[in-house]
Design a protein around this ligand. Structure first.
Ligand SMILES: [Zn+2]
Length: 198
């Protein structure tokens, strides 16, 4: 099983860094109330307790047949729009909806964790997509996804005076994160619509 260092996100400067808590990518992790100190600004950082699940959900979407090169391109356009700061985040998400509602749905959740998390997920998306296109790999897709996420720790990341300052996006609140049942229902609906298409 691919083990990774769960990200912590600084409440003050937006840095994503390794929290020191390791987890298997497919494991269920309870992180209630975990905090860590930011190595960049020395203020307190959170380890959102749903962050592993948000990551797992994203990787599942990236692995699906619906995640095509066009969807990857649209996601990268969305990330560039977010970086430029010229468009409200919700408008960017709506634009992404036109190419892939399921990715747009994930994007909204990533955005609640800040721009650096969105950038990280786009890097994971690219790595997983590339893996899926290349037969005969000797590494698992989870290992590739974990490496892509952890490489974000090594990159220089923009300082965000308030990590959740993405216009139109509500700050992350784990109580509002959709429950497992919703995800199952959503999957069932997606599977149903796929069957209908073919
Ligand atoms: Zn910081």
């Amino acid at each position: 099983m691919a083990v990774f260092n769960i990200p912590a996100i600084c409440d003050s400067c937006g840095l994503i860094f390794p929290s020191g808590i390791g987890a298997g990518l497919q494991s269920k992790v309870e992180l209630e109330g975990n905090r860590s100190r930011c190595p960049r600004c020395n203020k307190m950082a959170s380890i959102p307790n749903q962050i592993v699940r948000i990551l797992q959900d994203g990787i599942e979407v990236f692995k699906s047949d619906d995640f095509t090169i066009d969807v990857l391109r649209a996601l990268n356009v969305a990330v560039e729009d977010l970086r430029s700061g010229n468009k409200p985040t919700l408008e960017i998400a709506r634009q992404l909806d036109q190419t892939s509602p399921s990715v747009a749905n994930e994007f909204r959740q990533w955005a609640s964790l800040g721009i650096n998390f969105v950038i990280g997920m786009a890097a994971v998306a690219t790595a997983v997509f590339t893996w899926m296109q290349t037969p005969g790999q000797n590494r698992t897709v989870d290992e590739v996804a974990v490496d892509a996420l952890e490489s974000v720790y090594q990159q220089s990341q923009p300082v965000i005076s308030q990590r959740l300052r993405l216009p139109g996006v509500m700050p992350y609140n784990h109580d509002e994160y959709p429950q497992k049942a919703n995800r199952k229902t959503r999957r069932a609906q997606e599977a149903k619509s796929r069957r209908g298409d073919r």
